[in-house]
Design a protein around this ligand. Structure first.
Ligand code: CP
Ligand code: NVA
Length: 323
């Protein structure tokens, strides 16, 4: 049985779990690990450790970067797709978590409802990481703002104006909450029926009062993008919402990230997307492949920031490498 230091364990289920200090610590580790990686220095701090990866939805970036990240830290992963483990059908979520806990040092889960991720975190002593739920994508937001920090040459994004246009979804929630912690000027433009959830807006606004962040939620894309130094969008029909695609495409058309919308932003504004993109829908190819696009930097920083998250959680839980 793996001995977990459960009294100190933390999970990353939501950006709302984090304080500003937590974010600074994760970023510090992420930048250090990136620098070791750039210099081709090995960092086997989790030698022999294992992370279980539960996937109930498809993935390219998340699966690859968690697996590569664990290997670079000396550990390994076990990839559990729901086809095999049957969460909630073959076996209860709680029972799966209790079993994995006996062999795995960390658990990563990509699922639909946040309740499933919360159940895993509650039942396992192993630190649990949300790798996307219907409500949030915290690892994406950490990677995105790390990529921005690198581009801007500063870890201080205070006052940085960023506009998110499109669906007020999981990615939008995490970006907004992390922007609030970092004191950024975050604007979201979403159709009335697809606004971010009240819970996330309220949390972000409450944090903003302490950090000096500005949080604006509007249905007007031009208002959100005006003067923004980064413009971000995401797919209009997220995983699990594919059946709403045809109806969403009509509603979201005015929110397309294209050259016309970009003229309202600051000159040279970064173009951002978490990917996968549906070119010609939420983003046009000229913009996505344009000179100010940082979509691949965002994808790259999934690796660095998730290694930071893994080591941060492992340190708190007292997870040690095998000798
Ligand atoms: N951005 C992101 O999470 O990509 P994947 O769905 O491919 O993992
Ligand atoms: N909002 C998208 C993000 C994919 C990484 C989805 O949930 O499908």
């Amino acid at each position: 049985m793996i001995t977990h230091n459960s009294s100190n364990k933390r999970d990353l289920l939501s950006i709302m779990d984090l304080s500003r200090t937590d974010v600074d610590e994760i970023m510090e580790l992420s930048f250090d690990l990136k620098s070791d990686w750039s210099d081709r220095r090995r960092t086997p701090v989790l030698d022999g450790c294992t992370m279980a990866m539960i996937f109930e939805k498809a993935s390219l970036r998340t699966r690859s970067t968690f697996e590569i990240g664990m290997r670079q830290l000396g550990g390994n992963t076990i990839d559990l797709s729901n086809l095999n483990i049957g969460m909630g059908t073959r076996e209860s979520v709680a029972d799966i978590a209790r079993n994995l806990d006996r062999w795995c040092d960390l658990i990563m889960i990509r699922t639909f409802s946040k309740e499933r991720a919360e159940t895993v975190a509650r039942e396992a002593h192993a630190p649990t990481i949300n790798a996307l739920t219907d409500e949030e994508h915290p690892c994406q937001a950490l990677a995105d703002y790390m990529a921005l920090m690198v581009k801007e040459g500063t870890r201080n994004l205070s006052g940085f104006p960023i506009a998110y246009v499109g669906d007020g979804n999981n990615v939008c929630h995490s970006l907004m909450c992390l922007a609030a912690l970092l004191g950024m000027d975050f604007r979201a433009a979403c159709p009335d029926a697809y606004m971010p959830s009240r819970e996330y807006i309220q949390w972000a606004e409450s944090q903003a009062r302490g950090t000096g962040a500005r949080i604006t939620v509007t249905s007007d894309p031009d208002e959100a993008v005006r003067g923004a130094r980064a413009v971000y969008t995401d797919i209009w029909a997220s995983m699990g919402k594919e059946h709403e695609h045809s109806e969403r495409v009509k509603v979201f058309q005015p929110y397309q990230l294209n050259a016309q919308l970009l003229t309202a932003a600051a000159l040279g504004a970064y173009v951002m997307h978490d990917l996968p993109a549906r070119r010609g829908e939420e983003i046009t190819s000229d913009v996505m492949d344009g000179p100010t696009s940082i979509v691949l930097d965002q994808a790259e920083h999934r690796l660095h920031s998730q290694k930071g998250v893994i080591v941060w959680l492992a340190n708190i839980a007292g997870i040690r490498p095998y000798l």
